[in-house]
Design a protein around this ligand. Structure first.
Ligand code: BG6
Length: 789
């Protein structure tokens, strides 16, 4: 039986109505590394902080380890627990002794063991006459063990009515979007969302936990600064000197992006980028705003990342995982990622996320660097730190380690004097000679915590107080995986750049960016281990020109192809604007044009958008805001990044009178009239088409006569796949265009490409074969996979 007696003595001074109840904390995996290093200490700290406030506690260490071994292990860990600096050694020993009396180890293996645990807790409550406040189960176990434990807790360890249950989960929370979703669904069958506390220990780091309070308490100074007009870039960095030795089993499966960027650095990013809720102490509001920040993240592509791997890594995997000598891993141990947000606050501001093992130093920070829009008339030697607008202006949340050696918040003196709560943050004394981010420490208002606290202690306290905003909700988790998974998929077969490790890395891992493209600044002198296979790289090929169905064919690797098509569209636009003062472009939807839209949005600053009219080639009969709507794709990937006058944007009227594509609403006729009123001779300057695997183009489908011939320029059609109802330009209208470009990408298109190369003019079977501009030009743009297979 646990000794709660001492605790009860402590409570004797409290009035009965002040008693808050009894809390049982069950640490699963109590003999593991995390428990040894952080969790027992965090529980001890919780005990120290809370026991005088009316709570009583019992701590149950549990694991699969035998009772005797487990007891010995836990006893040893408990002996080494430390107190805050201001507690005298004798007092600390006394407190530790009390904590030890409240803690015990038990083996938990079978469902019967869980039932017995629950019975013991109930018996203790009854025996001591205690009111139960709640139970915390801390899962410090591998995820494969989650389901069984969760089932047992749910079926036999829930506390009685009026008391809460909190289960604390440790990463990894899945490997990609799908596995995270499966794990979440499984857990949801045992626990309510409000019962689950998913830990990201970075949210417990003091400098990270200070980001929102800092933004809130310095609203006045930051209101005008925290946006794209003033912020030049944001760097979110976690550098490590350790490597993955001893953990390659885990690391091989996860790599640096899953291990660190998807969780720690993304969480930090959202705290910097999210709109500040009116009330930052409302967990609900913080979580909601965080989720909105996820929604504003622009999708990543291969070019958003640079990857590295320290040279010794593959050897370590071979040794630890018994792999053959020929084995070379592709797992990145270093990644730099360029992230953009599509919202008014952050549009155009680069967020650089970077992390790696075996680097030259251990340090973590978030650095917000402000633009410098000043010119200083005096010579530089006369610039004064708190007055000169020409010195760099930055705010840094220094997470830890590095030259400074402790968490800190730094604000350049030429920005403003920040407010930080004096009870918990104090000014750092100057350390002459110490330079941070290119400036002496004296250039900053610098604050560090009065009492440094380990992240787990902070989080354990937040779990106890039910502060859900310091944890990862299911929605938050899935939003993060939704953001990272496409990039992870696209990088799965990329060979990372090898680096020697430590200081010898030199400038090998430096990277730079233009637009949305990130690349290493220096050429790799020599790849010491070849990448897999001998696949040719894109640069080994030139853009090829030949003929396809008697028309011009341009063929290249996807990136070059898109770049070429975007260049050609811009050239066509410039010509049209020069000659006619305007450019009429009709665009298709679907996934193929997305990279094209992104390219146009980010690489074509000279595009005459102000004189461009945008039309839709086809549309699905769904509301325009529906993610399936072609217009919505255009909006997300192009329109919101460029400046097209709104009266030049012409969505198809599929949603009239609160209904979708009703014949009586005459939407198709309306669109045709709009075209005929605005486009000379109803002849578009450029129509961009795609080709479906069944030979359809626009929304003109095989065996469905609508739109293949006849006088109607715009028609309602039916697609074999959902959503079935469509609106489309007709073939005769498309064929009036001055130029038609057909974009075909991906291996899936290989068969139809071959087939269509041989068929004649048979639009009823293959509508694409009916595309033949009467006096305009037709150009096919195909990537090598579609063209060569
Ligand atoms: C963990 C990662 O989540 O964070 C480790 O799995 C990494 O690979 C660690 O070393 C870094 O945490 P900290 O607290 O040492 O910065």
């Amino acid at each position: 039986m646990l000794a709660v007696a001492v605790c009860m003595v402590l409570l004797a001074g409290l009035q009965a109505q002040d008693l808050q109840g009894h809390v049982s904390i069950i640490l699963l995996g109590a003999t593991g590394d995390l428990a040894k290093k952080y969790l027992w200490q965090g529980l001890f700290q919780l005990y120290l902080d809370e026991v005088g406030k009316g709570y009583s506690f019992s701590f149950h260490g549990a694991a699969l380890t035998s009772t005797k071994q487990g007891q010995e292990f836990v006893a040893k860990v408990l002996q080494s627990l430390s107190c805050p600096e201001d507690v005298a050694p004798e007092r600390c020993a006394e407190l530790r002794g009390r904590f030890q009396q409240l803690s015990q180890y038990r083996r938990l293996r079978t469902s019967e063991d869980y039932m017995a645990l629950s019975k013991d807790i109930e018996a203790q409550l009854q025996h001591e006459g205690l009111q139960e406040a709640g139970r915390i189960f801390y899962f410090s176990v591998p995820p494969f063990a989650y389901a069984d434990i969760a089932r047992s807790i749910n079926s036999s360890c829930r506390p009685g009515p009026g008391a809460w249950l909190r289960v604390v989960l440790e990463k990894p929370f899945g490997h990609d979007r799908l596995s995270a979703q499966q794990l979440a669904t499984e857990l949801r069958s045992f626990f309510q969302e409000e019962e689950m506390y998913r830990v990201d220990h970075y949210l417990g780091k003091q400098a990270v936990a200070q980001i929102l309070p800092f933004r809130d308490q310095n609203r006045k100074a930051l209101d005008g600064l925290w946006n794209r007009h003033h912020v030049e870039r944001v760097e979110i960095i976690m550098k490590e000197t350790v490597d993955a030795e001893g953990r390659t089993g885990f690391y091989e499966e996860y790599g640096v992006i899953r291990d660190v960027l998807q969780n720690h650095l993304t969480e930090v990013l959202t705290l910097v980028a999210m709109e500040l809720p009116y009330n930052v102490s409302s967990s609900e509001a913080v979580l909601r705003h965080k989720l909105q920040a996820f929604q504003a993240l622009r999708g990543l592509h291969k070019g958003s990342a640079v990857l590295g791997q320290y040279q010794a890594y593959s050897g370590q995997v071979r040794r630890e995982q018994q792999k053959p000598d020929s084995f070379h891993s592709l797992t990145p141990t270093f990644a730099g990622i360029l992230v953009h947000m599509d919202n008014l606050r952050w549009e155009g501001v680069p967020f650089i996320l970077m992390s790696g093992k075996a680097l030259d130093e251990r340090v973590g920070y978030v650095r917000i660097l402000f633009r410098n829009q000043a010119y200083c008339a005096q010579t530089e030697t006369r610039w004064v730190a708190d007055q000169s607008q020409c010195l760099p202006r930055q705010i840094v949340f220094y997470i830890g380690h590095g030259e400074l050696g402790s968490p800190a918040v730094l604000v350049s003196r030429n920005l403003f004097r920040p407010f930080l709560p004096s009870g918990s943050w104090k000014e750092v004394e100057d350390r002459p000679g110490l330079r941070l981010f290119g400036r002496p420490l004296s250039d900053f208002y610098a604050y560090s915590p009065v009492r440094e606290q380990d992240a787990y202690s902070v989080l354990i306290s937040h779990i106890f107080h039910g502060r859900k905003d310091s944890f990862i909700t299911t929605e938050n988790l899935l939003a993060s995986w939704a953001f990272w998974t496409p990039l992870l998929d696209s990088l799965a077969h990329e060979a990372p750049r090898l680096y020697p490790g430590g200081a010898e890395n030199g400038h090998l891992l430096d990277f730079e960016f233009t637009g949305t493209q990130l690349r290493f600044s220096r050429q790799q002198p020599e790849q010491l281990v070849p990448g897999p296979g001998s696949a040719p790289s894109p640069s080994d090929f030139q853009v090829l020109q030949s003929k396809y169905r008697d028309s011009l064919l341009i063929s290249a690797w996807p990136e070059e192809l898109i770049a070429k098509l975007a260049d050609d569209i811009e050239a066509t636009a410039m010509r049209a604007v020069r000659r006619f003062g305007e450019f009429h472009l009709a665009l298709s939807g679907g996934s193929s044009p997305v990279p094209l839209f992104q390219q146009l949005a980010t690489q074509h600053y000279g595009f005459p958008w102000a004189h461009t009219h945008l039309w839709l080639v086809d549309e699905r009969c769904v509301p325009l805001r529906d993610p399936e709507s072609n217009f919505q794709g255009l909006q997300v990937h192009l329109l919101q990044h460029v400046r097209v006058p709104y009266y030049n944007v012409h969505p198809m009227p599929v949603h009239l009178h609160q209904r979708l594509c009703a014949e009586e609403d005459q939407g198709a006729q309306m669109y045709a009239s709009e075209i005929s009123a605005l486009v000379t001779n109803s002849s578009f300057d450029l129509v961009l088409l795609g080709m479906g695997t069944d030979g359809h183009t626009a929304s003109l489908f095989p065996q469905s006569p609508a739109g293949l011939e006849g006088p109607q320029p715009v028609v309602l059609t039916r697609s074999p796949s959902k959503p079935h109802q469509r609106m489309s330009l007709s073939l005769p209208l498309i064929n009036r265009a001055r130029k038609v470009a057909i974009l075909v990408m991906g291996r899936m298109k290989r068969e139809i490409t071959l087939l269509v190369s041989r068929v004649g003019h048979q639009p009823k079977k293959w509508p694409i074969s009916g595309v033949l501009p009467s006096s305009g030009q037709l150009v096919w743009y195909m990537d090598y996979e579609a063209f060569l297979g």
